[in-house]
Design a protein around this ligand. Structure first.
Ligand SMILES: NC(=O)c1ccc[n+]([C@@H]2O[C@H](COP(=O)([O-])OP(=O)(O)OC[C@H]3O[C@@H](n4cnc5c(N)ncnc54)[C@H](O)[C@@H]3O)[C@@H](O)[C@H]2O)c1
Length: 351
């Protein structure tokens, strides 16, 4: 196959690209390397992944923008499958720069869909949506405190189902732009026979995740713990997320692309109820694992933060024949080892 991975120089996209390339498929990575600028991170981080991919057999890197019709048309025309991960990824950036957020997430996704429609071929497309499409509606699921974490109330132990309303839920521009794109992906599946899948993902983690305060909290905590940098926790730290190791996510994506039986699939994809962590629990775990605890200060809750988000993964499991396999403990241990090995990447001052 020829697999197009938009945002392929990012964290998730690069793992998708590597997995397909390893299996002998041709992979085209499209990325404009904007993450570092959007998230005020070190440009070295983007270059790092780009350079890894440039040296990977079967991978071709194209520096370009997913909003650029000509580029996207050209690449989708020859593709047998598309994994669309290019995006503006941070809630905070979406609040200060809603135009870039809209154009990247909505227009960029629309370009990919239109290019696929124009081919007249049923190209499988996986779209990386988010738990943020449910916004604050999640906080209505009987959330209560339980020691160092929030938990859902009785009847919601399996996590957030795809049937939870996405209306009136204080999305933030990021949640709104991802939801708009999510709906377009569904409609292009339904109307134009494209085998599309919307993966509403919660917290994905793994090596090469250049987490910063605004996005990628597990990686951000690991990096701060190892480099002795301070952490600000917005809220009380009892927020809980289910955690999915990136290799498990890639397996789910590949399962859909290999057998894209359902056009317009929408599923929540995460670690599910078995694999969850609160911020405070991660700090405790990192202290045990590394002997270090970064200095922590607490600040006000952020806009539309979810007290707890756990994916109900039953639809994904049934449709894709898939299960999350990697525990948060094992995922974080892998990340600690990776950051320790690459700590020079994080040591330079951020512009
Ligand atoms: N990481 C998570 O936990 C998580 C959770 C839910 C959803 N998502 C979604 O998954 C996708 C990938 O996330 P990630 O963690 O790998 O983020 P990432 O920032 O590491 O990767 C995104 C990539 O997209 C690229 N990009 C941004 N705008 C672009 C444009 N206009 N044209 C071409 N490339 C562009 C960036 O340079 C970056 O390399 C995003 O769409 C994000 O919203 C991620």
């Amino acid at each position: 196959m020829r697999v197009l991975v938009t945002g392929g120089a990012g964290f998730i996209g690069s793992h998708v690209a590597e997995a397909y390339a390893r299996q002998g498929h041709r992979v085209i990575v499209l990325d404009n390397l904007s993450r570092a600028r959007l998230l005020h991170a070190s440009p070295r981080t983007a270059d790092f992944t780009w350079n890894v991919l440039a040296k990977t057999a079967n991978v071709t890197c194209v520096r370009g923008d997913v909003r650029d019709t000509a580029v996207v048309d050209d690449l989708v025309r020859d593709a047998d499958a598309v994994v669309h991960t290019a995006g503006q990824t941070a809630v905070t950036t979406s609040l200060t720069d809603p135009v870039t957020d809209f154009e990247t997430n909505v227009v960029g996704t629309f370009r990919v869909l239109e290019a696929a429609r124009a081919t007249g071929r049923p190209i499988p497309i996986v779209f990386t949506s988010t738990n943020k499409v449910y916004g604050e509606n999640v906080n209505g699921l009987g959330v209560r405190e339980d020691g160092d974490r929030y938990v859902f109330g009785t009847g919601h132990e399996a996590g957030v189902p795809e049937t939870l309303s996405v209306d009136h839920s204080k999305h933030t521009p990021y949640g709104a732009s991802k939801l708009a794109a999510d709906l377009y992906v569904q409609e292009y599946g339904r109307l134009y026979g494209l085998p599309t899948a919307v993966f509403r993902m919660s917290c994905i983690c793994g090596p090469r995740q250049f987490g910063v305060e605004d996005q990628g909290w597990v990686a951000h905590f690991v990096i701060c713990a190892l480099l002795g940098r301070p952490i600000t926790i917005y809220g009380d730290g009892k927020q809980v997320r289910d955690v999915l190791f990136v290799d498990d996510l890639v397996e789910a994506m590949q399962a859909f692309i290999a057998r894209p039986a359902v056009a317009g699939l929408v599923c929540n994809v995460g670690g599910g109820p078995r694999f969850t962590l609160s911020l405070l629990e991660l700090l405790d775990f990192l202290q045990r694992e590394t002997g270090r605890r970064p200095p922590v200060t607490f600040a006000d809750w952020r806009a539309s933060d979810q007290r707890v988000y756990v994916s109900d993964v039953r639809r994904a499991a049934e449709t894709l024949g898939w299960q999350p396999r990697t525990s948060p403990t094992s995922a974080v241990q892998t990340m600690v080892a990776w950051v320790a090995e690459h700590r020079d990447l994080f040591e330079e001052a951020v512009p």
